[in-house]
Design a protein around this ligand. Structure first.
Ligand code: IMP
Length: 182
């Protein structure tokens, strides 16, 4: 299906499921070469990365650990503004090689927050693996994104883990909003 509707918004197909799977295999091969004998910890950022990390792990053949974190935002008072909180950070990060697995790097704010928190735990290294990157939307300077599935324009997208109003995460391909972007 080339167009779908979720609630009030229409979306058109941007990346089919097949090229996503092929790209993920290539990322997994590259990570396997770079991290052979390092036993990295993959940390998936929920909810958006759940399908991506699931498929990536099927193609990863080196020894590794897999953990998940969740970023929750809540409104602080006027001085603190929107405060982010990280839930579920594993305890064994010190001295380890970390691969942070994201669905998408958009403004880059979430990623910068995550890295700040993880760095306090003194890992040996941190690299980023993101399925999607919107370079034109990234407003903060982000660290080098070592493993990127696809660079996409500044469109709002759903599917393959990404949602609109909580819906669409289970759609197999990636679809972009037609008309006004969020
Ligand atoms: P950030 O703007 O880079 O901090 O991205 C924060 C989060 O917003 C991402 O991890 C996604 O969950 C969500 N997000 C950003 N862009 C999109 C999009 O186009 N569709 C769905 N979710 C998005």
């Amino acid at each position: 299906m080339n167009t779908i509707q979720i609630e009030d918004k229409n979306f058109e197909l941007m990346i089919e499921s097949d090229p996503i799977k092929k790209r993920i295999l290539l990322l997994a091969i590259q990570i396997g070469v770079d991290y052979e004998d390092k036993c990295p910890i993959f940390i998936g950022v929920l909810n958006g990365s759940f399908l991506f990390i699931g498929d990536l792990m099927k193609d990863i053949t080196i020894g590794c650990e897999i953990e998940f974190v969740k970023v929750s935002s809540y409104e602080g008072d006027q001085s603190t503004g929107n405060v982010k909180q990280l839930i579920g950070l594993p305890k064994n990060i010190k001295g380890r090689d970390i691969i942070l697995v994201e669905d998408i790097v958009d403004t880059g704010k979430t990623l910068n927050f995550l890295i700040q928190v993880i760095e306090k735990e003194q890992p040996k290294s941190i690299n980023i693996c993101t399925l999607l990157h919107k370079p034109n939307a990234t407003v903060t300077s982000v660290p080098v994104l070592k493993y990127v599935g696809f660079e996409i324009p500044n469109d709002f997208v759903v599917g393959y883990g990404l949602d609109y109003k909580g819906l669409g995460r289970n759609i197999q391909g990636i679809y972009r909003a037609i008309g006004k972007t969020e």
